[in-house]
Design a protein around this ligand. Sequence first.
Ligand SMILES: *Cc1c(COP(=O)(O)O)cnc(C)c1O
Length: 333
Amino acid sequence: MHLSRFNRLHFAHLPTPLEPMERLSAYLDGPKLWIKRDDCTGLSTGGNKTRKLEFLIADAWEREADCVITQGATQSNHARQTAAAAAKCGMECHIILEDRTNIEHSSYTDNGNVLLNLLHGANVSTRPGGTDMNSEMEVLADDLRTQGKKPYIIPGGGSNEIGALGYVDAALELLTQANSQNLLINHVVHATGSAGTQAGLVTGLVGSNSGIPVLGIGVRAMKEVQELNVLALAERTSEHIGIGNVVKHKHVEANCDYVGLGYGLPTDSMIEAVALLARLEGILLDPVYSGKGMAGLIDLIRRGYFSRDQNVVFIHTGGSAALFGYPDIFTDK
Ligand SMILES: *Cc1c(COP(=O)(O)O)cnc(C)c1O
């Protein structure tokens, strides 16, 4: 898989570290836990969207765009990372945020990622929950075109076959690290949302015949829907790379038992996971994605899903800036 064939900018800090989590592994008395620090990708406070944006912004350049448009939930990490990448590349950035949670607290509506979007100089507007965000982006693009601008639309989460290349590359990077350390990876686990991360990882790990299964812990959709979203994008990504239909449904597994009441709404297991990682490993997770992903991993370990001699890699997809949108839920933990 020769990804240099695709347009790409280089602003991510790569390779991200692959580190053992010794204290968490001992505390849970389960498999050997590793963490791949994609929270440390650079640009603003880092996260998984940086890898996708290297390919997406390069495509925008190729098409001679002068501004980018994207959308997400109020505390979207993707929006914040897009704002930072656009700033770095000297492009105007337009963000449309959807209120998916009905949380009215000013920390949620004004702090965390919302504050950072403004610091990075993005133009931000908001819409009520349930708005058709894709058509809102089209309307905004038309508007910008009538002003003589050349907008480039980045889909929510940066999840299309171009953005997913960032996680095909991450899969190859992880394999290189594992091979050079003689580490046999039995499982990769991460939080899955708009599907680009899992689709890219699965395409890279299946396409290179690694034999490493990926488990996505869902944060929004139901299992069946999430798996089909990932599979469809993995198929498009494989086709884009030109490796044929290597990814089958059996390669795509999502567990959506840890969403709780809904996207972006706190759960007790997420709060426990965030507190545990902070206290045992000095690592900050986030309330919406990596906290729920880790909550799923912890629960599966407690249920004996992995054996003690296995190596499990958790991909830390970032998001800690969103902690500042949820200050109250952690204060008595
Ligand atoms: C976007 C995001 C995810 C989910 O990645 P997808 O590619 O959208 O599935 C996970 N964790 C964090 C912190 C994110 O911002």
